[in-house]
Write a protein that binds this ligand. Structure first.
Ligand SMILES: Cc1cc2nc3c(=O)[nH]c(=O)nc-3n(C[C@H](O)[C@H](O)[C@H](O)COP(=O)(O)OP(=O)(O)OC[C@H]3O[C@@H](n4cnc5c(N)ncnc54)[C@H](O)[C@@H]3O)c2cc1C
Length: 343
C-alpha cells in the first residue's frame, strides 16, 4: 500500500502535463501508465502553429507544412501561409520528452501499471511483473484516454465518439493532405501527414456511423484510388472521445480524451489534452482558479461538436457541406485555423 496526494491515471500528454505542473508546485504526485513505456499512441502526430508548434522543442518536430492540400470530389485547394500551419511529431519522442520533464519535477512515474480497480480514495494497479499495488490518494485525475476507467468510475457514459485508423507507411510524401470524401467518410476524412521517413496515412469517422471494419474498407478503397499501397495488417485503430461533460466531478477530475475534449470534427486532441491537463493542475492547486483557458477550449470544442453532430445526423448533406467548406476556405470566408482547437 502506497500513499500519495494526487494519483494521475494515464501517461499521455494530458496526464504528463497535469502531473508535471502539480509536482512543480510542490504536490506529491504518482502517475500510473499501463504501457511498459510512456509515449507510443495510435496518432497521426499533427500539431498546429497556434497550438503546440511554438511550445515543443524544435528537435521534436519532424516536418513542417506551410501548405495544406485539401481535396474533395469536386475541388482541390492549397491553403498557404508564411508560417507552418501544421507540423508532425513522433508521439513516442513527445512522450519521452514530457516524461523527462515530469521526472525532473519530482513525479513518481509507474509504467507497466494498469489501474484495474477504483474506490473512493484508493486505486489498485496490476503491474507488468504480476504484482498488485494499492495506492491511496486525496485527488484522482483521470487522464487515461478515450476508453477511460476513471470516467466510468465517475459514472459518466460516452456517446459522442470518433474512430481513427492509422498506419505509418514508408515512402516520401511532399505534401500534407486532407481528403474530404463524403461518399466514403461521411463527415470524416482521410489524411496524409508526412513524417521523416514515413507518412501517417489514415481516416477518421464518427463511431455512430462507422464500425472499424467499415472505415477500414473505405480507407483501403480510397488508398487504392490514390495509388497508395497500404498494408492492411499495419492499420491501427484508436477512439477519439468528444463527449465533454466537464473536468471536475465529486470523486475526481478528468482531462484530455478521458474528459472528451478532443475535436469531434477533426480528431485533434493533443493540444486539448495538454491545456486541460495544466488547467486541472491549476484548479487543484488553487480551488479559486477560474481556468479561462479551459473555457476558451470548451467553447471551441462545443462549436466543433455541433458541426460534427449536425453533419453526422444529415449524411446526405455531408457532401454539399464539405464542398461549401472548401469553397469558403478558398474565398477566405472561413479561416483554416478555425478548424484547429487552439484559438
Ligand atoms: C488515428 C488517430 C490519429 C490522431 N491524430 C491526431 C493528430 O494528428 N493530432 C492530434 O492533436 N490528435 C490526434 N489524435 C488524437 C490524440 O491522439 C489524442 O486526443 C491524445 O493522445 C489525447 O491525449 P490524452 O493524454 O488525453 O490521452 P492518451 O494519449 O490516449 O493517453 C492516455 C494514456 O492512459 C493510459 N491508460 C489507459 N488506461 C489506463 C489504465 N487503466 N491505467 C493506467 N494507464 C492507462 C494509456 O496507455 C495512455 O498512455 C489522433 C487519434 C487517433 C485515434
Amino acid at each position: 500500500m502506497e500513499q500519495t496526494e494526487i494519483l494521475v491515471v494515464g501517461g499521455g500528454p494530458g496526464g504528463l502535463a497535469c502531473a508535471t505542473m502539480l509536482a512543480q508546485n510542490g504536490a506529491r504526485v504518482v502517475l500510473a501508465e499501463r504501457k511498459p513505456v510512456v509515449g507510443p499512441k495510435v496518432c497521426a502526430g499533427g500539431i498546429t502553429w497556434h497550438g503546440l508548434i511554438k511550445h515543443v522543442p524544435p528537435s521534436l518536430i519532424e516536418r513542417e507544412f506551410p501548405e495544406q492540400l485539401i481535396v474533395t470530389p469536386r475541388q482541390r485547394l492549397v491553403v498557404a501561409e508564411k508560417n507552418p500551419i501544421i507540423a508532425t511529431i513522433n508521439r513516442q519522442r513527445l512522450g519521452e520528452w514530457m516524461a523527462g520533464q515530469a521526472a525532473e519535477a519530482g513525479v513518481t512515474l509507474l509504467s507497466g501499471a494498469r489501474v484495474a480497480e477504483l474506490a473512493a480514495n484508493r486505486a489498485t494497479m496490476e503491474r507488468d511483473n504480476g504484482q498488485r499495488l494499492t495506492v491511496t490518494f486525496e485527488h484522482l485525475v483521470g487522464a487515461d484516454g478515450s476508453n477511460s476507467v476513471v470516467r466510468r468510475f465517475l459514472g459518466l457514459s460516452t456517446t459522442a465518439m470518433g474512430l481513427g485508423l492509422n498506419c505509418m507507411a514508408p515512402g516520401a510524401h511532399p505534401r500534407m493532405e486532407w481528403h474530404l470524401d463524403a461518399p466514403l467518410f461521411g463527415s470524416g476524412y482521410a489524411w496524409i501527414f508526412p513524417h521523416c521517413e514515413v507518412a501517417s496515412i489514415g481516416a477518421y469517422g464518427d463511431c455512430r456511423h462507422f464500425t472499424a471494419q467499415r472505415l477500414k474498407q473505405r480507407l483501403l478503397l480510397w488508398a487504392d484510388r490514390q495509388g497508395l499501397r497500404l498494408d492492411a495488417q499495419t492499420l491501427r485503430a484508436g477512439l477519439v472521445n468528444f463527449d465533454y461533460r466537464g473536468v471536475r466531478f465529486a470523486q475526481g477530475w478528468l482531462v484530455g480524451d478521458a474528459a472528451g475534449l478532443a475535436s469531434g470534427l477533426t480528431g485533434e486532441g493533443i493540444y486539448p489534452a495538454l491545456v486541460s491537463g495544466q488547467a486541472v493542475a491549476r484548479m487543484i492547486l488553487d480551488p479559486r482558479y477560474s481556468a479561462p483557458e479551459l473555457k476558451t477550449l470548451a467553447h471551441k470544442h462545443c462549436r466543433h461538436s455541433r458541426v460534427a453532430t449536425f453533419a453526422g445526423n444529415a449524411p446526405r448533406l455531408c457532401g454539399p457541406l464539405m464542398e461549401a467548406l472548401v469553397l469558403f476556405l478558398r474565398m477566405k470566408i472561413i479561416d483554416f485555423h478555425s478548424l484547429e482547437m487552439a484559438d
